[in-house]
Design a protein around this ligand. Structure first.
Ligand code: GDP
Ligand code: MG
Length: 240
C-alpha cells in the first residue's frame, strides 16, 4: 500500500444525537481493524438536539486526528455539506455515508478492497445485487426506491444497479469534479452523480450492502422529494 493513501469519511449530521455515538464507535472499530489510515469528518448543521456537543465528547474520547469537526451554523443541505467536508478532507479517498445507522461501517473495508482491486474511480454500495437488501422499509418506500431505480435504468441506462444509495467511496479529485457538475439537490443528487460519472467514463465498482432503515429520527423523504426526483430525471434524460 502506498504510504500516502488515506480515507476521509464524511458524516453529515442533522439531529443524529442518538445515532452518533454508535456509528462513531462502529467506524473506529472497523477502520482500526482494517489498518488503513483514516479520519472521520463530522459536518453538523446546527442540530437543535445537541449532536455537535455529542460529537465534541466523542472527539475527546477518540482523538482529534480521528474525529474532525467541521460544523456549520444552520441547516444548509446535504450537497453543500459534502462540499464543505471535502474542502477539509486530508485523505485522497472520500467515503460518504449516512450517520443514521442505515449504512453499516463493516462494509467499508469491502469498498476499499473493491476499489483497490481494479483501481475504480468510484465504488458504490448496492442494495439490489448479490447479498444486498433493504430492511425496515414499508412497501411504499420500497416501491419508490425500486421505481426510481427502474425508471432511471430505462431512461438513462447507467449500468449501475443502485442509483439512489448514498453509501459510496470516491477518489477525492473525481468527487470534486463530479459534485461541481451536479445541479440537483435532495434525493435525486446521488442518482445524478452516478449518471454524470458514467458520462465522463469514470469506472464504478459495486459492493452488495444490506441497508437498514434509520434507527432513530425521521427520514426527509416526502412527497415533494418524489416529484423533484421525477422532474430531475426527465431533465437529465433530456440533457445528457
Ligand atoms: N449537515 C447536514 N446533514 C444533513 C442534512 N440533511 C440530512 N443530513 C444528514 O444526512 C444523512 C442523510 O439524511 P437522511 O435523513 O438519513 O436521508 P434518507 O436516508 O434519504 O432518509 C443523515 O446522516 C442526516 O443526518 C443537512 O441539511 N445538513
Ligand atoms: Mg438515511
Amino acid at each position: 500500500m502506498p504510504s500516502t493513501d488515506k480515507y476521509s469519511i464524511l458524516l453529515p449530521t442533522y439531529n443524529e444525537v442518538e445515532n452518533l455515538p454508535i456509528i462513531i464507535w462502529l467506524l473506529i472499530k472497523h477502520m482500526n481493524a482494517s489498518g488503513y489510515p483514516y479520519e472521520i469528518i463530522i459536518i453538523d448543521d446546527g442540530s437543535p438536539d445537541g449532536t455537535l456537543e455529542a460529537a465534541k465528547q466523542l472527539q475527546k474520547i477518540y482523538g482529534e486526528d480521528k474525529i474532525v469537526l467541521r460544523p456549520r451554523e444552520k441547516k444548509l443541505g446535504l450537497g453543500t455539506a459534502y462540499i464543505h467536508g471535502i474542502k477539509h478532507a486530508t485523505g485522497n479517498y472520500i467515503i460518504i455515508m449516512d450517520a443514521d445507522l442505515s449504512h453499516h461501517p463493516k462494509f467499508i473495508q469491502e469498498f476499499i478492497e473493491k476499489q483497490r482491486s481494479q483501481n475504480f474511480d468510484i465504488v458504490t454500495g448496492t442494495r439490489y445485487i448479490g447479498g444486498g437488501g433493504v430492511h425496515g422499509w414499508d412497501f411504499k418506500r420500497k416501491l419508490i426506491s425500486r421505481g426510481a431505480n427502474l425508471l432511471t435504468q430505462i431512461l438513462l441506462r447507467p449500468g449501475v444497479s443502485d442509483l439512489t444509495g448514498s453509501f459510496r467511496l470516491y477518489k477525492k479529485d473525481i468527487l470534486e469534479t463530479l459534485i461541481k457538475s451536479c445541479v440537483s439537490k435532495g434525493y435525486v443528487f446521488q442518482m445524478e452523480m452516478i449518471v454524470r460519472a458514467r458520462q465522463r467514463r469514470y469506472t464504478i465498482g459495486e459492493v452488495p450492502i444490506s441497508f437498514v432503515d434509520r434507527v432513530y429520527g425521521e427520514s426527509k423523504l416526502g412527497g415533494s422529494e418524489i416529484i423533484q426526483f421525477a422532474r430531475s430525471l426527465l431533465y437529465l434524460f433530456a440533457t445528457t
